[in-house]
Design a protein around this ligand. Sequence first.
Ligand SMILES: [Zn+2]
Ligand SMILES: [Zn+2]
Length: 360
Amino acid sequence: MREARLPRPWVLGLGAACLVGAACLAAFAWKPAVLAAMMAEFRSHQTPSALAFPEGLNVVLIGTGSPMGDKARVGACLAVVAGKHTFIVDAGEGANRNIQLARLPTKPDALLLTHFHSDHIASLGDIALGHWSRNRSTDPLLVIGPAGVESVVRGFNEAYSLDDGYRVEHHGADWMPPSGAGSVARTVELGLEPDASAVVYNEDGLRVTMFRVDHGPVKPAVGYRFDYRGRSVAMSGDTAYTESIVKNARGVDILLNEALSGPMVSVIEAYAANPSTAKIAHDIPGYHSSPEDAARMAAGAGAGMLALYHIIPPTASPLLYPIFLGDAGRFFHRQISLGADGMMFSLAPDSKRVRQTRRF
Ligand SMILES: [Zn+2]
Ligand SMILES: [Zn+2]
């Protein structure tokens, strides 16, 4: 029998040299590869994005969460892109980060606020800063809202005033024109009726209507409706069931409505270790819509479909969706989508089609 022979020393040496060489190559080569991947990713967010939106009315769910910690959803924020016009509705926590991922046209016509709960205004300062810094804008961000919007805008402008100064000093007034810093408020006064409405924008075939909703004791609280080229969507802001939505969202292609699952929130109330958490969980269902409420409003309005956002409590797993939706399907027999950050609905002009895609 032949003895197994060990490799000669020079073979071992050559093998070791090859291994060291490969390790060195990997150590130096990974950086350009990673940088190239980063650049591709960054470039994908620099696309002249307005061109990338389909013709017609587009709604991007920028943030579909609530103030409760949620890995999957940032705070409430929706964006509407119609032709050359872009509107952002609400500015929940984290919204500005997702706005960049959504590759929205960089200069929105306005930010529309539904009410002044912290979870709807938290990102106002950052959205205004983005509007200024990304566009060399000489005009501040226009913020439209019901009575009270001036005090919110004034506060954010004050809070960001030091930062504004740093930016001008660091980058120069050519790139950060001082007149473009911050935001400017436009108040829309609504009538006293519970279903009062007012047109806040009407240009190039795009009409935006503000209408009152019921989020008492938070007053005023409003929703918005967008009509463009034969298509329409309405968004509720925060509200309990109200006939105002049934009336003001009449015939829309999509009703985007907030939603709180009572049975799921009652579990939080029952098991919360912190009594303050239990108290808040006890109080909040009264001024929000259950999925069943949202379904009843969508049915009453004759909406083409219902999309839920401002999801309370956090509902990360699709396995929980049927529990969250409860009996909503009994009240509204058309499509119900449980919204997720990055979801986009595109409504081609003068048709009935709704195309649901992911924007990010
Ligand atoms: Zn609220
Ligand atoms: Zn809210």
